[in-house]
Design a protein around this ligand. Sequence first.
Ligand code: NAD
Ligand code: GLY
Length: 361
Amino acid sequence: MQTLTVGLGERSYPIHIGSGLLGQAELLRAHLPRKRAAIITNTTVAPLYLAQLQATLQALGVSSVPVILPDGESFKNADTLNHIYDALLENRCERTTPLIALGGGVIGDMTGFAAATYLRGVPFIQIPTTLLAQVDSSVGGKTGINHPLGKNMIGAFYQPRLVLADTDTLHTLPDNELAAGMAEVIKYGLIRDLPFLGWLEQNVEKLMARDTAALQYAIARSCQNKAEVVAADERESGERALLNLGHTFGHAIESGMGYGKWLHGEGVAAGTLMAADLSQRLGWIAGDDVARVRRLLQHAQLPVVAPDLGVEKYLDLMGLDKKVEGGKIRFVLLKQLGQAVVEGNIPQALLQQTLEACVHG
Ligand code: NAD
Ligand code: GLY
């Protein structure tokens, strides 16, 4: 097991990464003083891992209230959130009752927002079970739900007390979900860790074959990158925005296609190539660099051609991005591979060229 720390003063917390962690009661003991916890999960993850987690809690004498939600991005909304509140109230969960998120990013984001708001805040534990959640969404305290008009538009910054990433859970993950997680792994290499990008190019096949050592290395290196960024800029007033490489385009793809049609990581992958294309049009990176990004995404079995929503619809949807300032869309782009910046002054003609070019293979 490897343990990293997200350094946020009094609110610092550990990220444990390793095999068999779901069964390690000792990792949870300090966080469950009141012998009761609520486990928020979904209809896919519950049959796989709920009983194991409940047994681990039982070994500590902790009883659990399971809340099993429907599965999917299309359920990451106010109705489902309300269902969590209903269950917590019906079961008389108290201010000291931790909420444990057992699942992917959808469960983690919704559970975190429920924890931030139920009784004005209760303890929150992340047990991420997708690659995407283990390398990104479980770390850093961004929580929330979608709104019909935009992705992740309602939410709060609310840090977990603990992140427990059991890499064994990745064995049951469908191939396309593993690939979706790779989009966020590749992101760290592109925005701030060039040596990691090189490592990924050498090891992408091993990762896709779920080689345990390679996966643990990639998860830990990703979490290390994320932890450093979050510790420096928890509420995204600067550097943290760089973690959104590909996301302005990607969120437009996700909501434009209808939540759940494109996986988050798939939208991020196509969006990352759009960001690389735009960076090249600005004269920042070379055609060879764009080709290198495309190749790595393709080796990770990710889409590199964006859906043709039409330029107007892309512009409309991207106008709702959380990074918009003074009505201007701000993009995370690549000054060079391994170095990202946020840029708001993009010539409209270049943006239009990217939007037109990237929807064709
Ligand atoms: P997800 O939560 O929808 O999980 C993907 C699918 O895998 C689901 O069907 C899920 O039930 C299933 N699943 C989960 N664990 C499994 C396992 N071990 N075995 C088999 N199936 C399993 O999707 P995701 O990719 O984990 O997360 C995407 C969400 O995360 C998006 O809503 C995105 O906005 C959010 N996100 C948040 C942050 C953040 O910082 N908070 C960062 C990145 C993404
Ligand atoms: N996933 C982007 C962030 O956590 O800031």
